[in-house]
Design a protein around this ligand. Structure first.
Ligand SMILES: C[S@@+](CC[C@H](N)C(=O)[O-])C[C@H]1O[C@@H](n2cnc3c(N)ncnc32)[C@H](O)[C@@H]1O
Length: 288
């Protein structure tokens, strides 16, 4: 990139990201804009980020704006990330739901920032492992993300050696994947258990239906306090009263919303609070 990013250009880019995806970028993260947006600057035959910002201030910029948002998302994910949430889901959450939900009532699970699919597929593998306990119960797993390129990857279910080495036990690799041109292809019956759909967490999730389990991991860290509160409250609004929410290791509901309460002795697992009180700065989201 040649010219220094002006304050006006920075405000245009950071304003777009905050308004459309919730992502907060401080001035000290200018280097991130530079590294991640170079491809778009080149593709659009622009000189530098200032020209990209100029372009975003012009009409008919929605395609470029979308690409900018997508390029700025951090999509890192891996199978069975942090392990503990998946153990809790396997040994506590799912068995309890199977025991308490009326027969014939589907159990619905939402991977709310699904990225390239590893989280949703880890849940599908766990459900398949517990097939005997699940019987013919319908278990729906929905993976959503704002980034369309990641959703395409998720649907494909094709992962590199590096990606499957991160967190996936070798017996799972052998059982659920097959080698294909140096990569690893997830078996169709695991892929078929997960639906992927584009969804922006700033929008109203009631269009997705109600959920028993929500994994919303490693995305709230990119949002500011009011956005975290807005997203968490909206998630609470689509969860069944005995549902569970799983957050990432660096995320919490504490001090952000009282719609959730921590599950005792389980870091990162939250139940719906029985009597929510209001937290300053938290507000009920308006439909998008
Ligand atoms: C770091 S990944 C987390 C993936 C997975 N949940 C995990 O923990 O491994 C964060 C994901 O959040 C998505 N994301 C960021 N902002 C979003 C928004 N406003 N709505 C939906 N997804 C968003 C990004 O596209 C990215 O794929």
């Amino acid at each position: 990139m040649s010219a220094m990013l002006t304050d006006t250009s920075f405000d245009t880019l950071s304003g777009l990201l905050k308004a459309t995806s919730g992502l907060v970028i401080g001035r000290e993260k200018t280097y991130l804009l530079e590294t991640r947006l170079t491809g778009i600057v080149k593709r659009e035959k622009l000189n530098d980020l200032n020209h990209l910002a100029d372009r975003l201030r012009m009409p008919n910029n929605s395609r470029v704006a979308r690409d900018v948002v997508e390029a700025m998302t951090t999509n890192e994910s891996f199978f069975f990330r942090d392990d503990r949430p998946f153990q809790h889901f396997r040994t506590q959450a799912l068995p309890k739901l199977l025991a308490t939900r009326p027969a014939g009532m589907p159990i619905r699970i939402w991977s709310a920032a699904a990225s390239s699919g590893q989280e949703a597929y880890s849940l599908a593998m766990t459900v398949t492992d517990l097939k005997a306990a699940c019987g013919d119960r319908k278990i729906e797993i929905l993976g959503t993300d704002i980034a369309r390129d990641q959703l395409a990857r998720a649907r494909e279910g094709l992962y590199t050696q590096f990606e499957v080495q991160r967190g996936l036990p070798v017996q799972h690799l052998m059982r659920w994947f097959r080698k294909e041109d140096g990569k690893w292809r997830l078996h169709d019956h695991i892929r078929a258990q997960v639906q992927f759909r584009e969804f922006n967490l700033l929008a109203d999730p009631s269009v997705l239906g109600r959920f028993d389990i929500v994994f919303c991991r490693n995305v709230l860290i990119y949002f500011d306090h009011p956005t975290k509160a807005r997203v968490l409250d909206a998630i609470a609004g689509v969860m069944r009263p005995d549902g569970l929410l799983y957050l990432g290791g660096a995320e919490t509901v504490l001090g952000i919303t009282t719609r959730f309460a921590p599950v005792a002795a389980e870091r990162g697992v939250y139940s719906i609070a029985t009597q929510p009180a209001s937290v300053p700065g938290s507000r009920v989201p308006q439909p998008a």
